[in-house]
Write a protein that binds this ligand. Structure first.
Ligand SMILES: [Zn+2]
Length: 497
């Protein structure tokens, strides 16, 4: 066992690295690198695995035992283990220390809570933790000689010069502390965090902070590299957006619409949302992220209905060909029509315009379905050309219901939509029931001259009370002219043939 002059015990909530600073200082070492080198740690340049001591990843016990110090697993190692499931926020500990100068002076040791990036303020003294020397701008170091000084002749600030923490920052830090220590959370905690553990709650806050940060800085949010003041501001802002849930989050998402990721406009927006969606989807096993995802889906559903296709859950399809909301120009192009027709379709309730960001959009799916309906059926002109009935005859058949219409012309709308499939079935049936051994018969005109209206003729055909011949046409396979040599065959006919 090595000779140490003083071996104070570690407090249960003392930061394990800061404890070594205390040991190193009280035994006259220059810093913890010298202390652990003395204990046999073979790291180069007097470096020590500070971060891995906090997370419990580095087995430091042999060196403790060499120094005659009692090693117990730090609490931070437990927090770290909890955050190790895949897709949880893992960057939870600081790279360089931060402290509350007043607590440090009063207690004589550093709290392990201060190791957490998310723990940004001292709740007791309502101060932001100190991690930067205000005189030099340099970060506080694990390799310092004195626990309560930046450097030999640079003590920690005191009194009025200490940075105050805002009530929001304090509320955030208080909740984080309760979650870290598994205590009952304060009543003021936002509802969306209820029932979550530290790691899950931090995931939500980190996620929001990350996207807020990206919105303005266009780079990744890496709290480990930022100082406590900056981290505190970003986390507090995210915390505030949790207060009004999900509106606070929706507000952030809508800011993306005004700040696309690139100057490519729409595709920049798509990239943002695809990115967010994918991230949320990948981390769906995290209950915190699952709650964010529900709020995200709600936002998309509200603003871009049908944007998330169930068959492509891992992607959000907002590419230009698949964007669920399309402009009126696109709608006209798909329907092959001009503006008045769009207005007519709106007034008929066939399509619904959507207002988004002050512009009118249409639901692509709705427009495409309508376009398909038009393509698969006939207008009056097309029906006249294909059936080779006159417009007048067709109108009578439509009015009587013997020919099926999908859309009738009326005051608001001059267009007929005639069911092609129904007519197709009619012609097939005529072909089937025709008899080709008729020697003689009327032409359609002849039949009408005998006093039969086209409606009468169709009714009789349906009842098989008119016999006829059928000659298939290859050029007009749906023409009524394929029927010829009509012969009335019912007993009470107006006119016997
Ligand atoms: Zn304090």
């Amino acid at each position: 066992m090595s000779k140490l002059l003083i071996r104070p015990r570690r407090y249960p909530d003392e930061c394990i690295v800061s404890y070594l600073i205390r040991i190193s200082e009280s035994n006259g070492f220059h810093h913890i690198g010298h202390l652990l080198q003395h204990a046999g740690l073979p790291w180069k340049n007097l470096r020590v695995p500070a971060h891995q001591m906090i997370t419990g990843e580095y087995d430091i016990e042999p060196y403790f035992s060499y120094l005659g110090l009692n090693y117990t697993q730090p609490r931070t190692a437990d927090t770290f283990k909890l955050s190790q499931s895949p897709f949880f926020t893992t960057k939870i500990f600081v790279k360089t220390p931060k402290i509350c100068p007043i607590c440090l002076e009063a207690n004589g040791y550093s709290s392990d809570l201060w190791c957490h990036i998310a723990y940004t303020a001292c709740i007791k003294h309502k101060l932001l933790l100190v991690d930067t020397n205000p005189h030099t701008g340099k970060r506080l170091s694990w390799y310092r000689r004195h626990l309560n000084r930046f450097t030999e002749d640079d003590p920690f600030p005191h009194g009025e010069t200490l940075p105050k923490a805002s009530p929001h920052t304090l509320a955030f830090t208080r909740t984080m502390a309760c979650l870290i220590e598994n205590r009952n959370t304060p009543k003021s905690m936002p509802t969306v965090l209820r029932g979550l553990n530290f790691s899950e709650a931090l995931s939500i806050i980190h996620f929001i902070a990350h996207y807020q940060y990206r919105l303005f800085h266009k780079t990744l949010f890496a709290p480990v590299t930022l100082d406590n003041l900056a981290v505190s501001q970003h986390y507090t802002q995210a915390w505030k957006s949790l207060k009004h849930w999900p509106q606070g989050f929706h507000l952030l998402l809508s800011q993306y619409i005004d700040n696309p990721m690139s100057d490519r406009g729409q595709s920049g927006i798509n990239k943002h949302f695809r990115d967010i969606h994918e991230k949320l989807y990948r981390q769906r096993d995290n209950s915190g992220i699952a709650r964010l995802r529900a709020a995200f889906d709600q936002f998309i559903e509200l603003n871009w209905p049908n944007a998330i296709q169930t068959n492509r859950l891992s992607r959000i399809s907002l590419s230009s060909d698949e964007r669920p909301l399309i402009s009126q120009k696109d709608a006209q192009r798909i329907l092959n029509c001009r503006e008045p027709r769009i207005h007519s379709l709106i007034s008929q309730g066939k399509i619904k315009p959507q207002q988004f960001k002050g512009k009118t959009y249409f639901n692509r799916e709705e427009i495409e379905l309508l376009s398909k309906l038009f393509a698969d059926n006939w207008s009056m002109e097309q029906a006249v050309a294909e059936t080779e009935l006159s417009r007048y005859q067709l109108k009578q058949l439509l009015d009587s219901g013997l020919v099926k219409a999908l859309q009738r012309a009326d005051m608001k709308n001059r267009d007929w939509l005639i069911c092609k499939n129904d007519w197709h079935k009619k012609i097939s049936r005529f072909k089937k029931i025709s008899c080709n051994n008729l020697k003689t018969g009327y032409s359609l005109n002849g039949l009408q001259k005998q006093g039969f209206s086209i409606v009468d003729i169709f009714s009789l055909l349906d009842k098989r009370e008119i016999r006829f011949s059928f000659e298939s046409s290859t050029t007009k396979p749906l023409s009524f002219k394929q029927l010829y040599k009509f012969a009335i065959c019912y007993s009470q006919s107006k006119l016997d043939v």
